[in-house]
Design a protein around this ligand. Structure first.
Ligand code: GLN
Length: 493
C-alpha cells in the first residue's frame, strides 16, 4: 500500500472504511511527518496531537462498529485529518491570525466551515501559519516566523495561506482550509504546486473567520487535486444564518464526471493577463495547459477584460479601508495581551503599537486615510465605482465563455526576503488574483508544470458566480490526463 500520507482523500476514506488503515495510523503518520519536516518548513502555529489521536480512536470505534454491522451510514469523512489556517476559529485551539496582538487568544466557538467539516468526521490536527491578519503574499508577515516552500526552502510558500499550502504540498495533511481575500488560497496553491479553490463570495460562511476585508473575504480549500478540494467544499458550503452575507442556497453537489470530456465548454483567455513582466515560463505553462484543455474538447478563444489594470489600486484601497474598521476591535480590552498604562487611550496606543506588525499598521493608516471625511468620495467611493466596472467586465465575458483561464501569479515562488521593504513589489504579486475577489466570483488554481528551477507553476480557472461545478469539472478533467498535482517535493533525503 502507498504511504498513508500519500493517499488522496477518496483513497483515505476508502481505506478507512475497509479497515485497511485505521484513523489512528493515518493521524499518527501525518503527525510523524509534521514532526520530521516542521523544523525545516514551519507550516504550523499550533498542533493538537493528543486530541487528534483521541478523536482518531473514537473514529476507529465507529468505523469498526459500522463494519461489524455492514453499515455504510457514517459521516462522509470520518477519521480524516486536516489542518486549518490560523485566521479561522476552532474551539479549544488558539487562534492568533499570525499576529502578536492575538497571542494566547482561545476562541470560545468554532467557525461554521470548520464545524461542518467536524460534523462530517474530520479531525483538525493543527492551525497553519499565515501572514498577519491574512495581509500578505508570502507568509513573511507572520509575527511567528516565515513558512518555507517545500520545493525550495529558501523561497516563500506564497501567502497568506502559506502554512496550509506548504503543509499540503509536503504531505503533512491531505487537505487544509485557507482564506482568500485577494488571492490567499490561489497564490500559495500555485507556489506550492497544490490545488486551491476560492469559492463565490457568500457560498461559504464567514462566521468564525477573523475579518480582514469583509466584502472580499472567502474561506477556501487547499488539497492535492480538484477531486479532494471538491470533497471538502461540498460539505462546508451553504447557507448560514450566522453570516449576513451568506447566500441562501444549499451546498453545491459538485459532481465530477468519470471521463475527461470537455466538449461544449468555452474557455476565454484574457489578453490583459499576459502582461509585460510575467515570467516567460509561467506564460508558456499556462498556455500549454489551455491547449490541453482544448484537446479535451473545450473551445478556446481570446477575450478582453479591459478594466483589469484597475484591480490592484482598487483592491489596495478597499481592502485596507475595510481592514481599518475590522481591526479597530483589537485594543487590549477583549482579546490578547494588554499594555500596562494608567490611562485608557494610552493603553490602546501602546497595545496596538506593540501588537500589530508593520504591514498591518501600514494598511490601517492607508484605510483610515481613505475613509476619512473629505477623502471618502475621492478614494473609497471612486474605488467602489471602478470595482463595478471590473465586475461588469466579467459579466460581459461570461456571456460568451463558460470559464476564464489565466496565470495565478506573474512569477513562481520568490526568495524569502526578496521583496524586503518594498510593499509595492509585494502587492504586484497579486495582480491576477485580486479581480476575482472584487467581482465575487470563484477561482480554482491548480498546478500545470514547473519552471526551469523546478518550482511549480499554477493556472487559475475563473467562473461566473456559483460556477464552481464547471471549474471543478475542467480542473478534474485536466488532472485525469496529467500528473502535476501528484508530484511531491523531495524532502526525505
Ligand atoms: N496578498 C493580498 C493582500 O495582501 C491578498 C491577501 C488575502 O487574500 N488574504 O491583501
Amino acid at each position: 500500500m502507498a504511504e498513508p500520507t500519500d493517499l488522496s482523500i477518496a483513497e483515505a476514506v476508502q481505506s478507512l472504511r475497509s479497515g485497511e488503515i485505521s484513523s489512528r495510523e493515518l493521524v499518527a503518520a501525518c503527525l510523524a511527518r509534521i514532526d520530521r519536516l516542521e523544523p525545516r518548513l514551519h507550516a504550523f502555529l499550533a498542533l493538537a496531537p493528543e486530541a487528534a489521536l483521541q478523536q482518531a480512536d473514537r473514529a476507529d470505534e465507529r468505523l469498526a462498529a459500522a463494519r461489524r454491522r455492514s453499515s455504510t451510514d457514517l459521516p462522509p469523512l470520518l477519521g480524516l485529518p486536516v489542518a486549518v489556517k490560523d485566521v479561522l476559529c476552532v474551539q479549544g485551539m488558539p487562534a492568533t491570525s499570525g499576529s502578536a496582538i492575538l497571542k494566547g487568544f482561545l476562541p470560545p466557538y468554532t467557525a461554521t466551515t470548520v464545524a461542518r467539516l467536524l460534523q462530517a468526521g474530520v479531525i483538525v490536527i493543527g492551525k497553519t501559519n499565515t501572514d498577519e491578519f491574512a495581509m500578505g503574499s508570502s507568509t513573511e508577515n507572520s509575527a511567528y516566523g516565515v513558512t518555507h516552500n517545500p520545493w525550495d526552502t529558501g523561497r516563500v510558500p506564497g501567502g497568506s495561506s502559506g502554512g496550509s499550502a506548504a503543509a499540503v504540498a509536503a504531505r503533512m495533511v491531505p487537505a487544509a482550509l485557507g482564506t482568500d481575500t485577494g488571492g490567499s488560497v490561489r497564490q500559495p496553491a500555485s507556489f506550492c504546486g497544490v490545488t486551491g479553490i476560492k469559492p463565490t463570495y457568500g457560498l461559504n460562511s464567514r462566521y468564525g473567520l477573523v475579518a480582514y476585508g469583509s466584502s472580499l473575504d472567502s474561506v477556501g480549500v487547499l488539497a492535492r487535486g480538484a477531486a479532494d478540494a471538491a470533497a471538502l467544499l461540498r460539505l462546508m458550503a451553504g447557507y448560514d444564518p450566522a453570516d449576513a452575507t451568506s447566500l441562501d442556497l444549499p451546498a453545491p453537489k459538485l459532481p465530477l464526471p468519470p471521463d475527461p470530456d470537455l466538449t461544449g465548454l468555452k474557455i476565454g483567455v484574457p489578453e490583459e493577463y499576459f502582461i509585460q513582466g510575467i515570467q516567460p515560463e509561467v506564460e508558456e505553462r499556462v498556455r500549454g495547459a489551455v491547449i490541453q484543455l482544448s484537446e479535451l474538447g473545450a473551445e478556446v478563444r481570446t477575450i478582453s477584460l479591459p478594466h483589469t489594470e484597475y484591480a490592484l489600486p482598487v483592491y489596495y484601497l478597499i481592502a485596507p479601508a475595510e481592514a481599518s474598521a475590522n481591526l479597530a476591535r483589537y485594543d487590549g480590552v477583549r482579546f490578547g495581551p494588554r499594555a500596562a498604562s494608567e490611562d485608557g487611550i494610552d493603553m490602546f496606543r501602546k497595545t496596538r503599537g506593540a501588537g500589530f506588525g508593520a504591514e498591518v499598521k501600514r494598511r490601517i493608516m492607508l484605510g483610515t486615510y481613505a475613509l476619512s471625511a473629505g477623502y471618502y468620495d475621492a478614494y473609497y467611493g471612486q474605488a467602489q465605482k471602478a470595482r463595478t466596472l471590473i465586475r461588469r467586465d466579467f459579466e460581459a465575458a461570461f456571456e460568451t465563455v463558460d470559464a476564464i483561464a489565466a496565470p495565478v501569479a506573474p512569477t513562481t515562488a520568490f526568495r524569502i526576503g526578496q521583496h524586503g521593504d518594498d510593499p509595492l513589489a509585494m502587492y504586484l504579486e497579486d495582480v491576477f488574483t485580486l479581480p476575482a475577489n472584487l467581482a465575487g466570483i470563484p477561482g480554482l488554481a491548480f498546478p500545470v508544470g514547473f519552471d526551469g528551477q523546478g518550482l511549480p507553476v499554477g493556472m487559475q480557472l475563473m467562473g461566473p458566480a456559483l460556477g464552481e461545478e464547471r471549474l471543478f469539472r475542467m480542473a478534474h478533467a485536466y488532472q485525469m490526463v496529467t500528473d502535476w498535482h501528484l508530484r511531491a517535493p523531495r524532502l526525505d533525503e
